[in-house]
Write a protein that binds this ligand. Structure first.
Ligand code: ADP
Ligand code: MG
Ligand code: MG
Length: 889
């Protein structure tokens, strides 16, 4: 028969800390503490296997479980010298749930189990304290009825409140033994009334009721929701811990508390915790009384007059400090601890690795490493890459006053304040005049990019976490709140309302893109702090990392940010972003609307010098590092004039009849632009566009190489290739233009030509394509769209419900879909490398900044990842962690 029960306490334990899959986190660590010789009240853990069996067999326990429980309980009775249900000398227990991962959605703990009208008298007698016994009894009835019997806890709170009111009592401590006796009777009546049967007096019935409730809670709605949100599989099951009670409510030499072995918000190496005298269980966190500080130092810092534990119980405090030191040394990590002091005797009730802020995580990792408790590699594994986001953007000053207008989606982190503008052009104009502007739109589209760039932050009324505004804002590192549903903007852009409150252009607005909050007026912010610990962990991460980390950047400013954050090149420069700026859009429109090659060429001539200077600046910032430049990609219609006034403007500037342009604009409209005339298809049909771009790139590269004496490494990237013939044609043209430029400059330099792999056909024919390409960059945004046959811009209406219903484990635009999109990537890697073993492989979609996807990239052997500048440190850490875990297998 399998072992269903693991004992702990009394100086030994059956389990260990690595058995958390079987014993749950709480059970495994209770066992570990008991083995370490720490004072743990004895008890036993019923394994998660029992939970799994229970559900497999239609809520039936495996044979032999009840006998095993009885044996384990007898062992506890022996150790403490009390008997469960004994009227003279009663043993009381707690029944505690405990899954592998901590799950706040699970059943609450039941304390003081084993009390009834007889045993309570025995308890009172033993303790010589009626008040304590009846306080425990009323706690038990309340918890058990709430958690196991499903009687609403308000029922009990109301009874106490009324009872106190009638007697002018204020605190629980005003209640004496007779008061609690009276409350117990009122409670029992209330339960009998609510359930139509009396509160169970049989202690075994109580015990099994609680065990059933813990296993039952694994399938309650709260747990299911929590599991879904945190990716916890249903198949794990929960364990149940039954443990002898110790009492923090036995008078003034008793107490209960929680502690962290280091400060969880700063990481500082000093104890941090709270306790309450004469209290039990959750009283400390429940907020009924104000808890006291553990240390005298913390008390002084808080300016509190209530004495610290260090002051009221110096001996126990000393003992507790020794336990902290022992646990930290043992687990080599900061611990979050629960303890109880029963009449001066210390008992340990829980320990686990404590949750912490990013700042604390960095400090603790560095300190533990420098204290010689962990290695550099372990330190690197201790910090959650995604949490670094907290440190990479300005945040609201927590003390600053604020006026909340509404809350939308936290689309792009960071806080910012600016004057409201309702159009991208207005944003650009006001920003050019030196104003900080907040772009407020119903939604955004590619033609708003220049305004988004000019703005300090963006708010939209519509759209989800993967809407245009959200994706672009994250890429640019602009704080953004999306889908602020209460926002209504007047059609003519004259003003707006948020939840009925009017706002107008020029008003100050502040957003917190990390919470989705929108405030009226300016709220002060604090700048990101890249402390010494941060730099240290990055340095260690770089030692563990195999893949290079590059950034997606177009502007010199973004490139500089990326370089400052440690980017080792640019993995994606989207040339079209350079086309949207107000000063150029006219020439771009002229080019698109031209009906002849000659017309296009004359417009392109105007664009050549501006593109060249863009690239010159970019190469200067990135000197010595590779820069991948993608030739024009989006459908032309994205650049088209939208209003007739704009058409007239272009017509006037070029001296062409506006009607010609109107007709041309209609011609260019497509039913499905994302699958239309875009990417290299444009390069094939309008060769002069790519020619101009390649000329600009090569001229700039030659100029910068000559002026700086440093190497300039352009990598020209062709987007949306579906067939090798497309690439073959374009490659020949690119080489021809490069040669022309070299002749004209009397200079040559190294450059490479590669392609994006972003269509399933390209992935499947990667062997053919590799014959013509020197590198592949996986454009996993488009590859996801085309693999799923799903447009990212239209996914918002149903994708979230797919994820909620479990049809998809996660949003495939956020984390790469390994089974589908990932399989295509693997095929392309394998086929590409077979033809060309030194083919350089990278990724440049949004996934390049997502830790889970980065892990995938490591495993398929990509050479580099590329992400937005502000995610570079996250990617460096994630790549390091991926390399370490890949090494471990
Ligand atoms: P949670 O997982 O919600 O923290 P716990 O099972 O840890 O639930 O218990 C809730 C509270 O009850 C904690 O404060 C814990 O220390 C206390 N507690 C649990 N078991 C006992 C016990 N045997 N004796 C005294 N206090 C206990
Ligand atoms: Mg706990
Ligand atoms: Mg693409």
């Amino acid at each position: 028969m399998a072992q269903y029960i693991y004992n702990f306490g009394g100086g030994s334990a059956d389990g260990t800390t690595d058995m958390r899959n079987l014993l749950g986190g709480k059970g495994a660590n209770l066992a570990e503490m008991a083995s370490l010789g720490l004072p743990v009240p004895p008890g036993f853990t019923i394994t998660t296997d029992v939970c799994i069996e229970y559900y497999k067999n239609g809520r039936q326990y495996p044979d032999g479980l009840s006998a095993a429980v009885a044996d384990a309980l007898a062992r506890v009775e022996d150790i403490v010298g009390k008997k469960f249900g004994d009227a003279k000398n009663p043993l009381l227990v707690s029944v505690r749930s405990g899954a592998r991962a901590s799950m706040p959605g699970m059943m609450d703990t039941v304390l003081n189990l084993g009390l009834n009208d007889e045993t309570v008298e025995g308890l009172a007698e033993l303790a010589g304290d009626d008040r304590f016994a009846f306080d425990s009894y009323r706690r038990f009835i309340q918890m058990y009825s709430d958690v196991v019997l499903g009687v609403d806890h308000h029922t009990f709170e109301d009874i106490i409140d009324t009872y106190k009111d009638e007697r002018d009592y204020f605190l629980d401590t005003d209640m004496g033994a007779d008061d609690w006796r009276a409350v117990v009777d009122l409670y029992k009546d209330a339960v009998a009334e609510a359930l139509g049967r009396p509160f169970p007096t049989d202690v075994n019935e109580q015990l099994w009721g609680a065990i059933d409730a813990v296993f039952g809670s694994w399938m309650n709605d709260r747990s299911k929701t929590y599991r879904r949100l945190n990716n916890i599989p249903e198949s794990w099951g929960t364990a149940v811990n039954v443990q002898a009670m110790v009492f923090g409510n036995m008078g003034d030499t008793s107490a209960t508390g929680v502690a962290f072995t280091r400060d969880p918000s700063t990481g500082e190496n000093s104890y941090y915790g709270e306790f309450l005298v004469n209290a039990q269980g959750e009283d400390v966190v429940a907020g009924i009384r104000t808890p006291q500080a553990l240390t005298t130092k913390a008390r002084a810092e808080m300016g509190s007059n209530d004495p610290s534990l260090e002051e009221v119980m110096p001996e126990t405090f000393k003992e507790l400090s020794d336990v902290f030191a022992k646990l930290e040394a043992h687990y080599a990590d900061m611990q979050d601890i629960e303890f109880t002091i029963e009449q001066g005797k210390l008992w340990m009730l829980q320990t686990r690795s404590g949750k912490r802020t990013a700042k604390a995580a960095l400090k603790i990792a560095v300190d533990l490493c420098q204290e010689g408790k962990i290695t550099e590699e372990q330190a690197v594994m201790r910090v959650g890459p995604a949490s670094l986001d907290q440190l990479l953007h300005p945040s609201l000053d927590p003390h600053a006053p604020r006026d909340l207008l509404t809350k939308g989606l936290p689309a792009s982190p960071g806080a910012a304040s600016g004057e409201i503008v309702f159009s991208a052009d207005e944003a650009e104009k006001r920003a050019a005049d030196g104003h900080k502007v907040m772009l407020v739109r119903t939604e955004t589209s590619p033609e708003d990019i220049h305004g988004m760039h000019a703005a300090v932050g963006i708010v939209t009324a519509r759209g989800g976490m993967t809407s245009h505004a959200a994706v672009v804002a994250r890429g640019m590192g602009r704080p953004c709140v999306c889908g602020a549903g209460e926002l209504r903007i007047e059609r003519d852009g004259s003003g707006a309302t948020i939840g009925g409150r009017a706002i107008k252009a020029g008003d100050m607005l502040t957003i917190d893109g990390s919470t989705g909050e929108v405030f009226f007026g300016e709220v002060l912010t604090v700048q990101p702090e890249l402390s010494g610990d941060f730099a240290k962990v990055m340095e260690w991460a770089d030692k563990c990392r195999r893949m290079k980390v590059r950034a997606n950047a177009e502007t010199p400013l973004d490139a500089q940010t990326a370089r400052d954050f440690g980017a080792e090149g640019i993995g994606l420069c989207r040339t079209e972003h350079m086309f949207f700026e107000a000063s150029r859009i006219l020439a771009v429109r002229q080019m698109i609307l031209a009906e002849t090659e000659r017309g296009r060429r004359s417009a392109l001539e105007k664009l050549l010098p501006v593109q060249r200077s863009d690239f010159t600046e970019l190469f200067e910032v990135m000197a010595g590092l590779p820069v991948t430049i993608r030739l024009l990609d989006p459908p032309l219609h994205e650049f088209l004039p939208h209003t007739d006034a704009e058409i007239v403007e272009v017509a006037e500037a070029t001296g062409v009849d506006p009607d010609v342009f109107r007709r041309r604009a209609r011609e260019l409209e497509e039913a499905n632009p994302m699958l239309g005339h875009r990417g290299c298809r444009l390069g094939i049909t309008y060769p002069e566009i790519y020619e101009m771009q390649v000329r600009a790139i090569m001229q700039a590269a030659c100029d910068v190489a000559k002026a700086s004496g440093e190497s300039v490494v352009p990598e020209i990237m062709v987007p949306l290739v579906a067939t090798v013939s497309e690439l073959r044609i374009l490659k020949a043209r690119i080489e021809a233009v490069a040669k022309e430029v070299f002749t004209e400059k009397g200079q040559t330099l190294e450059y490479t030509i590669g392609t994006m792999i972003e269509l399933p056909r390209a992935a499947l024919t990667a062997d053919q394509i590799a014959g013509e390409a020197e590198f592949f960059s996986f454009g996993t945004n488009d590859l996801t769209q085309t693999t799923f046959g799903l447009s990212r811009d239209d996914a918002g209406s149903f994708l979230p419900s797919y994820v909620r219903a479990g049809l998809l484990e996660q949003d495939p635009f956020v984390s790469i879909d390994r089974d589908g999109v990932g399989a295509l990537v693997e095929i392309a890697v394998e086929k590409g490398r077979r033809v060309k073993p030194d083919l350089k492989l990278g990724i440049c979609g949004e996934h390049g900044g997502d830790p889970l996807s980065i892990d995938f990239c490591e495993r398929v052997g990509l050479d580099y990842i590329s992400c937005s500048p502000y995610r570079v440190p996250i990617a460096r850490l994630a790549a390091a962690q991926a390399a370490v875990s890949a090494k471990k297998g």
